[in-house]
Design a binder for this molecule. Structure first.
Ligand SMILES: *Cc1c(COP(=O)(O)O)cnc(C)c1O
Length: 839
C-alpha cells in the first residue's frame, strides 16, 4: 500500500527503521537474533532454562538484550559527539518521572513487533511481560515527567543532552486506599533488580559537607578562607541508557546514589569505633534514601537541602571532569557546556560552580562569574508562594558554610549593581536581594538562580507573562532579554505510539508515520476529521481503550463501568489549586438535580479520578476521602445507576496514566487561572483525542489557540480578573452563596452530611471554608460557568459525529505540544546547540 501524501510504502515504520537502525545482516534475522540473545540471558545472566515461561524472567531477559544493543550505541554516540566536538547539555533535575522503560525502548529501537513475535511464539503476551516492570517513580508529577520527556526528545533529536539526578532508593510512595483514605506505602522499586542501570563505581566522586570556615590570608595578604573539618559523602553514579527514536542516538541519564567514603570509615575503624563507623555509613546512605513526596510544595528539611547540594556537587564535578579531558583551561567552558536547572532545586549549582572555579581551580572571581552565568540557565515551574524555595541562612551555614559565603559575595556584587542603576532605592534592594531579611534570614533560591543564569524561562506563554509582570518584575526590568518562554511539551513516542498503539497505527495508516518524529505532521489528519470511515475507526479504538480501562477499574477499584458512557477524567496530583473540589461540586450538583427530578439524565457519565496527595497535606487527603464518599453514595443509589458513576483509581503513576488517557472522552483541566504554570497532562489528553474542559490557565491558553474555540470547552475567570479581585480583596464567597441557588444546593450538602451519613460533620469544614470567606482558589466564581459549560458538553456529546470530529481535530492540532518542539527551542534559544546527526 502506498501512502497518499508521500508515496511512501505504508509499512514505513519498519522500512525506515531497517535502513536507519541496524546492520542488514543483523536485521534479516532480527527475530532469531533477539530470541538468541534472550535465551543467552535467560541462561547466563539469570541462570534459568531458556524455555522459562515466567514473565519476570522474560522481562529481564528482554531488558538485558535491549541493554546490550543500547550500551553499544552509547559508545558509538559518544564517538560521534567527540568527533563533532558537540556542545553538551546537562539537564539537572531532582526528579525524573520515567515510568517503565521496556515498551519505550522496544518502540524506539524498532523492535516492538519483533519482540511481540518472539514472545508470542512462546505463548506469552508482551503486555504481561511489560507489566512486570516496576515504574521508576523518581518524581512527583509534571516537573519530573517533563524531565523524562525531554530526555527522550534530546536523544531522538540527536542532541548531546544528558540528565543528572538522584538515585533514590525509594521513589514516590505507593498509594493505597483504606476506607476512602489515602495510605502511603514505601515504593521499593529496586527490590526486584533494575536491569537498565549500570553502576559505575569507577566514576564515583567525593563531596565535602558540613564543617566550618577559617578566615586565613594568602601570601599576598588577600582574604583566603579555608573550609575545614568537613565530612564527606561519596557519590556513586548509576547510568540508564536513553535511546532516541530510530535507535541511532543513545544518551544516558546519570543518577547519583550516596555512600560513605570507605577511606574515612577506615579511619574511624582504626580508632576502634566500629559502631560509629557503621553509623556514619548508614547516615551517608540515608541521603538518597527517598524522594520527598512534595509537588509544588517546599520541604524545609535539612535532609532535602543536603540532597539538593549532593545532586549539584556530584553533577558539576562530573561535568567539569569531562570538560577538562579535552580542554586545557576554562575559557571554552560555556561554549562546550550548557547546564539547565529544572526549577530552583538545583540552584545551588550557581554557588558550587563558583566554588569549584574560584577555590579549586583558582580562577579570578570575575572570570569565574562570567563563565558561570554563561553556562547556567534556569526554568521556573511555579509561582505558588508555598513552592518558592527559601533556605534559612543558619542552615546553609551549618551544611555548606563555604557556599553561603559565596552566596553573600554574589549578593554584595549584585546589589552594588542594582544600587548603581537605581541609587537610593532601598525598597528595590530589599526586594531583589538574594537574602530575605528578618528574624530568620533566608536565601531566596529563585533569586540565586536568576542572578547566576543567562536565561530564565517560564513554561507557557501565560506563565512567562505572569513571571515578567508580577513575581520577577524587578528582574525583568533589569534584564528583559534574559526572559524567554518555552511552552512545555510531551513525547508522542510514549504518549501516543506506546500508550495508544491502535490509534498510532490508524494515524500512520492514514498519513504515514512521519508524525513520530515530527508531530506537526498530524495536521494532515484534518481532512479526515469528518470522514465517516475514519470517524468510525477512531470511535472503535476509543471504545476499545475504554473497555480496557474498564477492566483495570474493575480490578483495582472494584467498580463496573459502562464503556459507552462519557469518560470524564480528572487525574493529576491532588492540590487545592487544581480544584478537584470544583469537579466534585459539579458531580454533586448533577446528582442532586437528578434525584430531585429537576433534570432527566441524557448522557451517562463515568467520572474518573486519580492522584496522590502529599502525605502532610490535610486538605488534599480530605479530597480523596470526599471523592470516595461521594462515589459511595452515588454509585449505590439506584435512581442514578444508569446516569452517574464515580471511580477513584489508586496509585496514579506513569504506567496508569498510559492506560487512562487513551480512554478519556473529556479531560478536566480546571485549575484556578494563573496557578498552573503549564500542565502537561492537558497535552497528553489532547493528543489522544479527548476534548478539554478547561480554564484559561497554563498551556490551556495555547491549546485554545491551536484547536479553535469550537473544539474546546473554556470557562471561568481569567488570570487578570482573579488577580484584580485579589488585589481589591473584593471576592466574598458568601455573596455567591446567597445569590446562586445552584451553589447553595451543593454547599448545603456538605453542611447536611449528605455524603457522610455515618460520620456527621466530616465534610462540614468545606461548608465553613466558604462561609468564612476562605475560598482561596475561587471555586464559587467559576462554578456557574463550569456547570453551564458542562451542560454544553452534554449536548455536544450526544451528537456523535460532531464530537468525533472535534476529537480528531484536537489530535490533528496538537503538534505544537511535542517535547521535540520544546527541546528544539531550548537548543536554539538557550543552549546554543544543535543536532549531531550521523555522517
Ligand atoms: C503527565 C503527568 C503528570 C502531570 O499532570 P498535570 O495534569 O499536568 O498536573 C503527573 N503525573 C503523571 C504520572 C503524569 O504522567
Amino acid at each position: 500500500m502506498i501512502d497518499k501524501f508521500t508515496d511512501r510504502p505504508h509499512n514505513v515504520l519498519n522500512n525506515t527503521l531497517q535502513d536507519l537502525l541496524m546492520k542488514p545482516d543483523y536485521l534479516q534475522s532480527s527475530k532469531s537474533s533477539l530470541k538468541a540473545s534472550m535465551d543467552y540471558h535467560l541462561r547466563c545472566s539469570l541462570c534459568k532454562e531458556a524455555s522459562s515461561k515466567e514473565c519476570r524472567d522474560l522481562f529481564l531477559a528482554t531488558a538485558f538484550s535491549l541493554r546490550d544493543q543500547m550500551t553499544e550505541k552509547i559508545l558509538e554516540t559518544e564517538r560521534r559527539y567527540q568527533q563533532a566536538k558537540a556542545k553538551r547539555v546537562y539537564y539537572l533535575s531532582m526528579e525524573f518521572l520515567i515510568g517503565r522503560l521496556l515498551g519505550d525502548a522496544l518502540h524506539n529501537l524498532g523492535l516492538i513487533d519483533v519482540c511481540r513475535n518472539v514472545l508470542a511464539d512462546a505463548g506469552i503476551d508482551i503486555e504481561e511481560v511489560q507489566e512486570q516492570e516496576n515504574d521508576a517513580g523518581l518524581g512527583n508529577g509534571g516537573l519530573g515527567r517533563l524531565a523524562a520527556c525531554f530526555l527522550d526528545s534530546m536523544a531522538t533529536l540527536s542532541i548531546a543532552g544528558f540528565g543528572y539526578g538522584i538515585h533514590y532508593e525509594y521513589g514516590l510512595f505507593k498509594q493505597e486506599i483504606d476506607n476512602g483514605y489515602q495510605k502511603e506505602k514505601p515504593d521499593n522499586w529496586l527490590a526486584e533488580f533494575n536491569p537498565w542501570e549500570i553502576k559505575r563505581t569507577d566514576e564515583k566522586c567525593i563531596v565535602p559537607i558540613y564543617g566550618r570556615i577559617e578566615h586565613f590570608q594568602d601570601r599576598a595578604g588577600d582574604y583566603n578562607p579555608m573550609w575545614l573539618d568537613w565530612k564527606v559523602i561519596m557519590g556513586i553514579p548509576f547510568d540508564t541508557p536513553v535511546v532516541g527514536y530510530g535507535g541511532k542516538t543513545v544518551n544516558w541519564l546519570r543518577l547519583y546514589g550516596a555512600g560513605s567514603s570507605t577511606d574515612f570509615d577506615i579511619q574511624i575503624f582504626n580508632e576502634g569505633d566500629y559502631f560509629r563507623a557503621v553509623e556514619q555509613k548508614v547516615a551517608s546512605e540515608t541521603i538518597t534514601k527517598m524522594l520527598y513526596p512534595l509537588d509544588t510544595l517546599k520541604s524545609g528539611k535539612e535532609l532535602r537541602l543536603v540532597q539538593e547540594y549532593f545532586l549539584v556537587a556530584c553533577s558539576l564535578r562530573d561535568i567539569v571532569r569531562r570538560y577538562l579531558k579535552d580542554h586545557e583551561n576554562f575559557d571554552r567552558f560555556p561554549h562546550a557546556v550548557a547546564i539547565q536547572m529544572n526549577d530552583t532545586h538545583p540552584s545551588l549549582a550557581v554557588a558550587e560552580l563558583m566554588r569549584l572555579l574560584v577555590d579549586e581551580y583558582a580562577l579570578p572571581w570575575d572570570h569565574a562569574w562570567e563563565l558561570t552565568q554563561k553556562t547556567l540557565a534556569y526554568t521556573n515551574h511555579t509561582i505558588l508562594s508555598e513552592a518558592l524555595e527559601k533556605w534559612p541562612v543558619s542552615l546553609l551555614e551549618q551544611v555548606i558554610p563555604r557556599h553561603l559565603q559565596i552566596i553573600y559575595e554574589i549578593n554584595a556584587r549584585f546589589l552594588q549593581k542594582v544600587t548603581y542603576l537605581h541609587p537610593g532605592n532601598v525598597d528595590l534592594l530589599r526586594r531583589m536581594s538574594l537574602i530575605e531579611e528578618g528574624e530568620n534570614k533566608q536565601v531566596r533560591m529563585a533569586h540565586l538562580a536568576m542572578v547566576g543564569s543567562h536565561s530564565i524561562n517560564g513554561v507557557s506563554a501565560l506563565h512567562t507573562d505572569i513571571l515578567k509582570k508580577n513575581n520577577f518584575a524587578d528582574f525583568h526590568a533589569m534584564w528583559p532579554d534574559r526572559f524567554v518562554n518555552i511552552t512545555n511539551g510531551i513525547t508522542q513516542r510514549r504518549w501516543l505510539l506506546k500508550a495508544n498503539p491502535q490509534l498510532a497505527q490508524l494515524i500512520s495508516k492514514t498519513i504515514g508515520d512521519a508524525w513520530i518524529t515530527d508531530l506537526s505532521q498530524l495536521k494532515r489528519l484534518e481532512p479526515y476529521a469528518d470522514e465517516p470511515a475514519f470517524q468510525k475507526e477512531f470511535r472503535k479504538i476509543k471504545l476499545a481503550n475504554k473497555e480496557r480501562l474498564g477492566g483495570t477499574i474493575s480490578r483495582t477499584a472494584w467498580i463496573t463501568v459502562n464503556p459507552e458512557s462519557l469518560f470524564d477524567v480528572h487525574v493529576k496530583r491532588i492540590h487545592e489549586y487544581k480544584r478537584q473540589l470544583l469537579k466534585v461540586m459539579h458531580i454533586i450538583y448533577e446528582y442532586l438535580r437528578i434525584i430531585r427530578g429537576e433534570k432527566k439524565h441524557t448522557v451517562a457519565r463515568t467520572f474518573i479520578f486519580a492522584g496522590k496527595a502529599a502525605p502532610g497535606y490535610w486538605v488534599a487527603k480530605q479530597m480523596i476521602k470526599l471523592i470516595h464518599n461521594v462515589g459511595q453514595v452515588i454509585n449505590s443509589d439506584k435512581r442514578v445507576q444508569d446516569a452517574l458513576k464515580i471511580v477513584f483509581l489508586p496509585d496514579y503513576r506513569v504506567s496508569l496514566a498510559e492506560k487512562i488517557i487513551p480512554a478519556a472522552d473529556l479531560s478536566e483541566q480546571i485549575s484556578m487561572a494563573g496557578t498552573e504554570a503549564s500542565g502537561t497532562g492537558n497535552m497528553k489528553f489532547m493528543l489522544n483525542g479527548a476534548l478539554t474542559a478547561g480554564t484559561l490557565d497554563g498551556a490551556n491558553v495555547e491549546m485554545l489557540e491551536e484547536v479553535g474555540a469550537e473544539n474546546i470547552f473554556i470557562f471561568g475567570l481569567k488570570a487578570e480578573e482573579i488577580a484584580e479581585m485579589e488585589r481589591k480583596s473584593s471576592y466574598r464567597p458568601t455573596e455567591y452563596y446567597h445569590r446562586h441557588p445552584e451553589i447553595r444546593l451543593v454547599i448545603d450538602a456538605f453542611r447536611d452530611n449528605v455524603f457522610s451519613p455515618s460520620e456527621p460533620g466530616l465534610f462540614q469544614w468545606i461548608y465553613h471554608r466558604f462561609m468564612n470567606e476562605e475560598d482561596y482558589y475561587f471555586h464559587l466564581p467559576d462554578f456557574i460557568s463550569y456547570i453551564r459549560v458542562q451542560e454544553k458538553i452534554e449536548k455536544e456529546y450526544r451528537n456523535t459525529a460532531s464530537w468525533t470530529k472535534k476529537a480528531i481535530l484536537n489530535i490533528a492540532r496538537s503538534g505544537k505540544f511535542s517535547s521535540d518542539r520544546a527541546v528544539s527551542e531550548y537548543a536554539g534559544l538557550i543552549w546554543n546547540t544543535e543536532s549531531v546527526k550521523e555522517g
